[in-house]
Design a protein around this ligand. Sequence first.
Ligand code: SF4
Length: 160
Amino acid sequence: MNQSDQKFSIEVENTNKTCPIGETIGQRNIHEKRVPVLSCEGACIRGEIARLAANIVAKEKGFARACHGELFSVPHSAMAEWVKQAEQVVLIDGCSLRCHGRVLQNLQGQKELAQFNALSVYKKYADVFDIDEVPEEERRQAAQQVADTVLAALKKAPTN
Ligand code: SF4
């Protein structure tokens, strides 16, 4: 079996805690049927641009930013419930490794996942890791370019 065909799992210590504001926002988003927007949250410039782009997309009417930490590690949270029951989920990964896309596509109850690779849109900074090596305005411009591409694609192929 090819390595890329195999799946693996990570053990997570459970918790009985919840995040108060996460519960409020999760419940609101369930009630308003908002489309969750996630990014890979990677620590490098690619993850940062994906994160900024997700923030821009989430400002659109009917969308909202989702917390991947709660989704992956607090399964009883309203945030996780919202994402798992959503009819459409938007995910912007920072690069072709698709670190969150490979997890999200296997989450139970995930009906429709619109996945995007931010780097394939702005195609820069391949040899840069640190976020601060790219000026803030350039980061913002790259993120806007990614967000515009994501929104145009979603408009072209709405799933609900
Ligand atoms: S998808 Fe790319 S940028 Fe995002 S966490 Fe993975 S390696 Fe980092």
